[in-house]
Design a protein around this ligand. Structure first.
Ligand code: BES
Ligand code: MN
Ligand code: ZN
Length: 494
């Protein structure tokens, strides 16, 4: 798709989109006279009042005119804006419209930085128009939108808009990459294919990728990753992606859970809980998406992605409840439930991260159903002992319209993970085996952020409870993987 910025409208447009605040309904300046009259008529009927989320379709001659409400100007936020862009584009796409002009009056773009406004609008546009329909017959696929032209009021705004749209395109490449990886069915999206996609990133400047195979993983003594992978016929991979921007100081290490399918293993998931478990590699996909976008943008950062990748399957050779595993740092883990596998493979990766002298380590994982129960699928859980890091990540997410919510790590969760017969166990609750599951999982991870001297690197864990939507999706984005986290992290790095 082509996304450009102009100050005058093209003749080719098949549809025009006009955004309106509820309390600024008179601002129709970018519309032609006939279009203004059509809007005024609708306003008179009160069928459209500019409320947030409201969309009306008018016909002015043969041209479609979508008017889109953004609510009251003071109450409008980036999420509303992104959802408005996404919703109207999905409606236009359903009408097989391929050339769209998005009209942005001065007042509409002026409540945040104009380039951020353009950036988030662009990401949202690409997100809305993306469909995972590779497996559908040709006639049923979505019709690709060929061009979006952002029409703005003057030259000054257009310069800022051009900047934002360019950034947005790069970020969207990362986001759509993450979504594609997540949506691909699990028998295809194996640890090997995931590694191949990671390797592909080397086509970008300043990226180098190293893939450890089973033998090399054995040599590193990653006992937890090896145990989890054993039930599967597929070989595990440990993927290391390094992006070296101009700043070559201590890297920020991003760790991503790469369970390409989570059946639960011998602690098999009952129906319907196994459904959607192809998405259990979305932590990994998020890390790859972030690094892809960072490289496209040429960010001046040093980022290393670590991805332990394998499948969690039951078999005669699968790891068992009652097993005691030895992680890369020699610590032992009692297995109480083979479905708590994500924390195990992450343990080895977090230990590996210690060897990289990281500035900070942030992990992304579809770790617990408990986090999704707590927060729903719009926000992700944020766990960290570092207030500073928490505030920075939270601010980054707010700026671009994603949402995090901080949940606790702390002594009671750590204590709950202690074992009588091993250093730690992979299941635990506070007061009841099922209580506090998202935080006890985080406490398990935290255990592996310390070296033998008890020194820990700055660490945050993001439980990706909102990384995918159900089949039907939302008005502004289709179902499946939604790419949560990529925009936040690019904002964090920018
Ligand atoms: N991948 C799941 C967590 C999950 C569940 C993510 C639903 C997204 C949606 C994870 O490996 C898992 O199975 N967790 C268990 C942990 C339990 C056995 C302590 C869970 O949440 O039930
Ligand atoms: Mn599991
Ligand atoms: Zn899992």
């Amino acid at each position: 798709m082509n996304s450009t910025v102009k100050i005058s409208r093209s003749k080719k447009e098949q549809a025009v989109v006009y955004f309106l605040y509820e309390d600024k309904l008179k601002e129709l300046s970018l519309l032609e006279k006939k279009e203004q009259d059509a809007v005024k008529t609708v306003l008179k009927t009160k069928d459209f009042e500019g409320k947030n989320g409201q969309i009306s379709l008018l016909y002015v001659g043969e041209k479609r005119l979508f008017i889109v409400g953004l609510g009251k100007r003071k109450e409008c936020n980036i999420r509303h804006w992104k959802q408005a862009v996404g919703s109207v584009l999905m409606q236009a796409q359903k009408k097989k419209i391929t050339q769209i002009s998005m009209l942005i009056s001065k007042i509409v773009s002026s409540y945040v930085d104009t380039d951020l406004f353009a950036q988030t609008g662009t990401v949202s546009a690409y997100n809305a128009l993306y469909a995972f329909d590779d497996f559908k017959e040709k006639e049923a696929k979505v019709v690709a939108v060929k061009s979006i032209e952002w029409i703005v009021a003057d030259k000054r705004i257009s310069n800022l808009f051009i900047k934002g749209v360019k950034k947005g395109k790069y970020i969207a490449e990362g986001v759509l990459f993450t979504r594609m990886l997540g949506n691909t069915p699990p028998t295809e999206m194996t640890p090997t294919l995931l590694a191949d996609h990671a390797k592909d990133l080397e086509k970008n400047k300043n990226i180098s990728v190293q893939i450890l195979n089973k033998k090399q993983i054995e040599a590193k003594k990653m006992g937890c990753l090896l145990a989890v992978s054993r039930g599967s016929v597929l070989e595990p991979k440990f993927i290391i992606v390094e992006y070296k921007g101009k700043d070559s100081k201590h890297p920020t290490v991003l760790v991503g859970k790469g369970i390409t399918y989570d059946s639960g293993g011998l602690s098999l998931k009952p129906d319907p809980y196994m459904r959607d478990m192809k998405f259990d590699m979305l932590g990994a996909a998020t890390v790859l998406g972030i690094i892809k976008a960072a490289a496209k943008m040429g960010l001046k950062k040093h980022i290393i992605g670590l991805i332990p990748a394998c499948e969690n399957m039951p078999s005669g050779d699968a790891y068992r409840p009652d097993d005691i595993l030895t992680a890369m740092n020699g610590k032992t883990v009692l297995i109480e439930n083979t479905d708590a596998e994500g924390r195990l493979i992450l343990a080895d990766a977090l230990v590996y991260a210690q060897t990289l002298q990281p500035k900070e380590v942030i992990d992304f994982a579809t770790l617990t159903g408990a986090c999704m129960v707590a927060l729903g699928n719009e926000r992700s859980g944020l766990f960290t002992p570092e207030d500073d890091l928490a505030d920075k990540l939270d601010a980054a997410s707010k700026n671009i319209g994603e949402m995090l919510w901080r949940l606790p790590v702390g002594e009671e969760y750590t204590t709950a993970m202690k074992s009588e017969i091993a250093d730690i166990k992979n299941l635990g609750g506070v007061g009841n085996p099922r209580f506090g599951g998202a935080s006890t999982a985080a406490a398990f991870l935290q255990f592996f952020t310390q070296n033998e001297k008890g020194n820990a690197y700055p660490w945050a864990h993001i439980d990706l409870s909102s990384c995918y939507y159900g089949e039907s999706g939302k008005a502004h984005i289709r179902g499946g993987a939604n790419g949560f986290g990529v925009e936040t992290m690019i904002q964090y790095f920018s």
